[in-house]
Design a protein around this ligand. Structure first.
Ligand code: SF4
Length: 527
């Protein structure tokens, strides 16, 4: 894997974000920046998209991403939306912040809940944020084991991102090919993204990353390995960062339920007109300059990296999905009023159950934050058990919340006429009469709330992302059995049952084992 001719050595100054240095950008500045990307290659339904900020399919996703920039300026979110960076000694947008305390981690969950109230959708920026925090810890571990250059490269990259307040995607999930084969055993050698050549100036990579949240709305991608690997998979153990509009990168945006409604130019049927998107990112022999390579063949760190990243993202779900729960609870309660059933005991009971489900997800996310684990100096990781519990709750509860909301709203969620019927002069009078319930509300009021429930509760962000985002439910169950010390609890039971027991009480309240990441940090002398 060598290449004989040399390249001009690239450094961060060669990248176009050089021109605009703005530590906390406004939403408008973000829009302006992604409007002006030069080589970006994005496809929606087979056609290339030149401007994502105006394209009807992608604009709602861009607007949802934009909310993360607006949060740093709006009065009600400004405090949560900003943080102090010791790396550049300036105030920055929290979405590029390295968590420095359990309170920082709790602020993340709170910010995500609030932003769901403003978008009713996934706002897509957290994956890049979690990638930065993951690389911060892993690069510290590498430095402790003598790979100082990886740490230095990462810190330079982090400063570059923070100074410019860049919009990042986190690209982790590979295409994966045959699931029971390791990367190096795959019949398609590029089923996992791999290094195809190494030169003194950088690396070449080929392969694809799948289901990449919000990628078409970003300026940079942080690419991470998707699974633990062994020495035979070292060509696949690769992490790096690149501008989204790097030559050779192609983004194919995936379809979603009801997505064509966004193209209709309406104002009701696709409410809330904020969405996320996911893309297949293809790397066709793409060059990555060496100063942006954070892992190249370092398979020993892949298991720890995946554990750290997934726990960070699983914690975040306690915020954003609870926030979407609030939207659905509010819409259901309002619809109940519109049809005069808000005082019925079964409706009250269903709303109470929805509140319980929502607050349970949130409580777990807050617990994962406030019981955080310090893995190195100023490296705060979430509590891995609580984070996995959070995501496992999120894999189950949104479906229940959606079902309860449909129960309250009625079959109209699946049968309502379109806004175009309501707007048709020949039909307006009839639809207004027959869709109305309690006199204080119009048919349009009802249609708006019905569409909000339909699109939020059954959309990708609340249903599919909740199950498979940040790892499938099986992945969390594996973590439960790894982290929970069943031997310890058996000894507790034996001792209480008056049987011979080898129980030795420790100062820990929980029967939990050390995670792989904690033991790696301890062995590296960081913890
Ligand atoms: Fe952020 Fe939630 Fe979307 Fe993940 S699913 S990117 S945590 S809003």
């Amino acid at each position: 894997m060598t290449r004989t001719f040399s390249f001009i050595i690239l450094n961060f100054k060669n990248f176009k974000h050089e021109r605009v240095i703005m530590t906390v950008r406004t939403g408008e500045q973000y829009l302006e920046s992604i409007r002006n990307r030069s080589k970006v290659e994005i496809y929606v339904m087979g056609k290339e998209v030149k401007d994502v900020t105006t394209h009807p399919f992608l604009r709602p996703s861009v607007m949802s991403f934009k909310a993360t920039f607006d949060a740093a300026w709006q009065e009600d979110t400004k405090e949560l939306g900003r943080a102090w960076s010791p790396f550049i000694e300036e105030e920055i947008n929290r979405f590029n912040h390295i968590h420095r305390s359990p309170e920082d981690l709790a602020a993340k969950v709170k910010l995500l809940r609030k932003l769901s109230h403003k978008t009713g959708a996934c706002f897509q920026r957290c994956v890049g944020w979690d990638s930065l925090n993951t690389l911060n810890i892993v690069s510290n571990m590498m430095a402790a084991k003598g790979k100082r250059e990886m740490r230095d490269r990462f810190v330079e990259y982090l400063k570059f991102v923070q100074k410019r307040d860049l919009a990042l995607a986190g690209a982790m999930t590979d295409a994966k090919g045959v699931r029971n084969l390791k990367p190096s055993q795959q019949p398609n050698k590029n089923a996992y993204l791999r290094i195809t050549e190494v030169t003194k100036d950088g690396i070449y990579v080929s392969g694809a990353k799948a289901n990449i949240t919000g990628v078409a709305a970003t300026e940079e991608m942080v690419v991470l390995p998707t699974r633990a690997m062994g020495p035979e998979d070292k060509d696949y153990a690769v992490a790096f960062a690149l501008p989204t509009d790097t030559e050779g990168v192609k983004i194919v945006v995936g379809r979603q339920l009801n997505d064509s409604r966004r193209m209709e130019q309406g104002e009701i049927d696709a409410l809330p007109y904020f969405y996320n998107h996911e893309g297949l990112v293809i790397f066709d022999n793409v060059f990555v300059p060496m100063n942006r390579v954070f892992l190249a063949g370092d398979w020993e760190y892949t298991g720890t990296l995946v554990e750290i990243f997934s726990a960070y993202h699983r914690q975040g779900y306690g915020g954003c999905k609870a926030g979407l729960g609030d939207v659905i609870i509010g819409a259901s309660a309002d619809l109940a009023k519109q049809i005069g059933v808000e005082k019925a005991s079964h409706v009250q009971d269903k709303l109470t159950e929805m509140i319980f489900l929502t607050e349970t997800m949130y409580s777990a996310g807050i617990a994962a934050s406030l019981n955080a684990v310090k893995l190195c100096e100023s490296c705060w990781w979430v509590n891995p058990m609580h984070a996995n519990v959070t995501k496992h709750l999120v894999a189950k509860f949104p479906a229940q919340i959606a079902q309860l909301s449909i129960d309250i709203a009625g079959g109209i969620v699946g049968t309502a006429p379109s806004e175009w019927d309501l707007k048709n002069p020949k039909l307006r009078e009839y639809i207004s009469k027959y869709l109305q319930g309690v006199e204080d509300y119009t048919a349009e009021d009802r249609l708006r709330m019905v569409r909000l429930i339909e699109n939020v509760s059954m959309g990708v962000a609340f249903q599919i992302e909740s199950v498979h985002g940040a790892g499938s439910p099986a992945a969390q169950r594996i973590m439960f059995s790894r982290l929970y010390d069943l031997n310890y609890s058996q000894e507790v039971a034996k001792s209480l049952a008056g049987r011979k027991s080898e129980l030795k009480f420790t100062s820990k309240a929980e029967p939990w084992r050390e995670s792989q990441s904690e033991s790696e940090a301890r062995e590296s002398g960081l913890k």
